[in-house]
Design a protein around this ligand. Structure first.
Ligand SMILES: CC(C)(COP(=O)(O)OP(=O)(O)OC[C@H]1O[C@@H](n2cnc3c(N)ncnc32)[C@H](O)[C@@H]1OP(=O)(O)O)[C@@H](O)C(=O)NCCC(=O)NCCS
Length: 249
């Protein structure tokens, strides 16, 4: 039986992906994912062109492999209004530069799995996204049958907000994907209680004045109705008194 675990005690460190990682990065993507990535994608990752990335390496790895990737995460900053989830965020038209961080790829070499490496890589992305004031969430797609990844995102408090039918096309077959989101910097979805709080606090002053005016009008209408009823009762009472005093006069 093949031993699928490392035999030494690892010392995991995290650093940005660099040009010297190109070959291993390509090999790992080919080994791990059912989708093929373009050469341009790898070039953009290693040269940090519009892509941020973190590598996990094992400093205790023997035979000169102590700086070789054993895990990676790649991500990109996108404008919220240009994404499919722009409508699921509180979108402020006065701030058109609101952004999101989209996780492109995440993977850990099989012998290093279940050591918390993916969790640490995602934490790096969340920390990075939180450091960008305009950024409101980290999001990603995951194929619907990827149970380890779905468990990982749920465990890290990502929210599954959509199921996209036939999102992936692999070997001529369509597969659904789940869309997971992790809100940062006060970002929230229209379904969350936070959204309603924000909605109330951002409600236009004119709107509040209108409701106050409506309330005042309702109160004055009720007051005048009560006065009319009271006047009628008083009149009835006087008539009754007048009526009863007449015969006995
Ligand atoms: C998904 C993947 C990145 C997880 O990497 P990892 O380093 O083993 O994950 P971690 O050790 O950080 O696990 C964190 C949590 O994920 C969940 N998890 C990870 N592997 C799991 C598995 N095989 N089954 C169930 N849950 C799993 C667990 O909840 C775990 O927390 P716990 O150990 O406290 O229970 C790894 O399995 C992988 O590279 N898979 C292939 C590529 C891939 O699917 N990438 C994601 C694409 S969206």
């Amino acid at each position: 039986m093949v031993n699928r675990k490392i035999s030494h005690r690892p010392t995991i460190c995290y650093r940005p992906i660099q040009p010297s990682d190109l070959e291993v990065l390509e090999r790992l993507h080919a080994d791990i994912f059912p989708i093929r990535y373009e050469e341009e994608f790898f070039q953009n990752v290693v040269h940090a062109r519009d892509i941020v990335s973190w590598a996990a390496v094992d400093r205790s790895r023997p035979n000169g492999h102590s700086d070789e990737l054993i895990g990676f995460v790649t991500a990109r900053i996108v404008l919220a209004k240009e994404t499919e989830i722009g409508d699921l965020l509180i979108y402020d038209p006065l701030k058109p530069d609101q952004t999101l961080v989209y996780i492109l790829t995440l993977g850990v070499v099989e012998t290093y799995r279940n050591l918390g490496i993916a969790r640490s890589l995602i934490r790096q992305v969340i920390k990075y996204a939180s450091s960008i004031p305009t950024c409101h969430a980290v999001y990603l797609h995951v194929i619907s049958y990827n149970i380890p990844a779905i468990h990982l995102y749920k465990k890290m408090s990502f929210k599954c907000i959509r199921r996209l039918q036939g999102f992936y096309l692999i070997n001529d077959q369509h597969y659904d994907s789940f869309l997971f989101v992790y809100y940062v910097n006060g970002g929230c979805s229209p379904c969350s209680p936070l959204f309603h709080d924000a909605l109330i606090s951002s409600c236009h002053v004119d709107c509040l004045i209108f409701y106050l005016e409506l309330l005042v009008a309702a109160v004055s209408y009720m007051t005048s109705s009560l006065k009319t009823v009271a006047a009628r009762l008083r009149k009835n009472e006087e008539e009754i008194c007048a009526g009863t005093s007449m015969p006995g006069g």
